[in-house]
Ligand binder design. Sequence first.
Ligand code: F6R
Length: 607
Amino acid sequence: MCGIIGYLGNHEAAPFLLDALRRLEYRGYDSAGIATLNHGKLDRRRAVGKLVNLADLLVHEPLPGKAGIGHTRWATHGAPTVPNAHPHRAGRVAVVHNGIIENFRELRAELAEAGVPFQTETDTETVALLANHLMEGGMGPVEAVTEVLHRIEGAYGLLFLFDGEEDLMIAARKGSPLAVGYGVGENFVGSDAIALAPLTDRITYLEEGDMAVVTRSSVEIRDAAGQLANREIKTIRIDSARVDKAGHKHFMAKEIAEQPKVIGDALRHYLTPDSAAITLPGEGVDFTKVNRLLLVACGTAYYACLTAKYWFEQIAQLPVEVDIASEFRYREPPITEGTLALFVSQSGETADTLAALRYCKGKAARILSVVNVAESSIARESDLALPILAGAEIGVASTKAFSCQLTVLLILALEAARQRGAISAEKLTELLGALQGLPALFNAAMDSNALTESISADLSEVSDVLFLGRGRMYPLALEGALKMKELSYIHAEAYASGELKHGPIALIDSHLPVVVMAPRDSLFDKTISNMQEVMARAGKVLLISDAAGIAEAGDGVWQSVEMPTVAPELAPILYALPAQLLAYHTAVAKGTDVDQPRNLAKSVTVE
Ligand code: F6R
């Protein structure tokens, strides 16, 4: 949600900034802009829409200078227009911001009273105006920013540049991630390691409340109390080459295709080479002391949690509550003794999930997280962070992170079952063996790619799609519907198939495709009865099942997509693939922006 980059060095800043913004564009793409200092003189260029528009503008109106800041925006306050695009400038100050300044109206009123004119509808402009106002009153840049940080409320990653200060950049973080990168005679600031990776491998993640005063030769970090802070410099190993499409048309296609590999990576991390045992990092988790598991997340990660509820309850006999982070955080739910709180997040920066985690701190017995970005805030603030090892996920719609989240959550449920004596040694061995076979099954399931592509050509013509699933397949139906709507903009809904006759069946007619996710498992007959109810009303069914399921129930369906036979417990992981492929190909057929769907951003660091 908004990407930030800053450069202070001896090379032209604009090409560095533009290149880094390309890697940050997944965070927002409503507008982009850069500001540089050229012999102490501040100037900026901004353009609405994708970064390519800014790149075009810079060809016609280059921006020289060896110091600069850049921003790619996901609009919160104010429409995506040039005046509302970052960097915002007021007098001597230019600033880029990720987050929301919650008290900007009060500050705005105060500044307006002092005769300060406003040009935009954004909360961020207030920051620039306030800093400039304080500097006009006699403060230096560091003093002014310190005061601004005292006055503003809300969440921010901020990066400032000052007219006349050729060797200065000030960064500040509260609620939104920011990292400082170290070079030789040059230093950098960026929203994440992906932005900084090709520039330097030495970075420091700023902590909550930190302010960093950056010059070409030094970085001085102060904590929230204003004390000098000695933050660790980490060596990162993010291979910048991974952030390309590797010959695929879209990042999403690449990330779907990577699933056999990354699931394999996760399995190698958590299972012994002979698949006989589970190894959790650090001290692991003592599930014998846990009497309730709380799972909290947003979006696709929430659907991974919903699926995990079936695993933990059925296999490990552990009561589970699942919640959407944005609801959980304000409901003030009681956290009873023996509660283990588990937060799932690809980015590890989702504002609501992070706030929910902080709510549980000190209340739950232990805080666990299942994350992709190992250095993220959620990972760092957990007692134990379990990496999913999906690698950089650039496509805004989550795919490989979802299947890796599921894989890690299932392993965790099996470990809980083992410790609690809820699973026999034979069953555990059988399921661990089945897990090892998952990457190969994903490869085999890719055979359905061409068929899902041709079905998607028809789906791209409809205005609504219904997804049905029962038991463990119900959360996957929800995920299938989410993927479909966010990528193709086709209205899609999902129901537990048993709920159909309680209302949604009224929607059924010959125009509404109904995607039924039903492996031949113990609930198959019940799901198929619901499917028959749809077909009896001229409904158009797309059945996703295995060979046995299609042989038994495929007669009369509109289309069927065959999945390899898989252990029933693992089906929600494997069946994520056809759900992803349907959404992907439907979006391609409709010509929507697959990797950067409208209105979305990858990392949701605001509420
Ligand atoms: C949908 C999608 C989102 C995210 C959600 C949580 O395809 O990607 O629904 O799952 O925004 O994000 P993370 O996992 O980063 O907390």
